[in-house]
Design a protein around this ligand. Structure first.
Ligand code: MG
Length: 159
């Protein structure tokens, strides 16, 4: 059977931290706040994968109360989600994600982000969809207070 999962995440900007999106460090004057590397895009994708196999969210698997996880590279979280998919004899069909941010411009980093995600998930890069949009100045994202991401994952698994 084919199932889908939905993921959403948001992190606020924080001075003095690197900005990591899809495992790639994006040159920017500030990063995102979080217990891990705060990779909002990777978190949304991991949650989408977990949802597609009926698993609980990444906050359950990687609690922010666990000091051993401080500063963890979120690609490790994504790898773990991939392992849970594989453990169910399921395969990932495709991922699609949208970043919502007023800044920085994501365009120059699209290819490297997609390649990073494809490598981590063991997928051809064509199976990773990635888009970016602004929030048209509306709300917290529009005021440039943070970055949000949403993602959908489709997996094929035994009935
Ligand atoms: Mg997060």
């Amino acid at each position: 059977m084919i199932t889908t999962g939905l993921g959403y995440d948001i992190h606020r900007f924080s001075e003095g931290r690197p900005l990591v999106l899809g495992g790639i460090v994006i040159p920017h004057h500030r990063g995102l706040q979080g217990h891990s590397d705060a990779d909002v895009l990777t978190h949304a994708i991991a949650d989408a994968l977990l949802g597609a196999i009926g698993e609980r969210d990444i906050g359950h698997h990687f609690p922010d109360t666990d000091e051993s996880l401080r500063g963890i590279c979120s690609l490790e979280i994504l790898s773990h989600a991939r392992e849970l998919v594989t453990a169910r004899r399921a395969t990932i069909n495709n991922i699609d994600a949208t970043l919502v941010a007023e800044e920085p411009k994501i365009g120059p980093h699209f290819d490297s982000i997609r390649q990073s995600l494809a490598l981590t998930l063991g997928l051809p890069v064509e199976r990773i969809g990635l888009k970016a949009t602004t929030n048209e100045g509306l709300g917290s994202i529009g005021r440039g207070e943070g970055i949000a991401a949403m993602a959908i994952a489709t997996v094929e698994r035994p009935a």
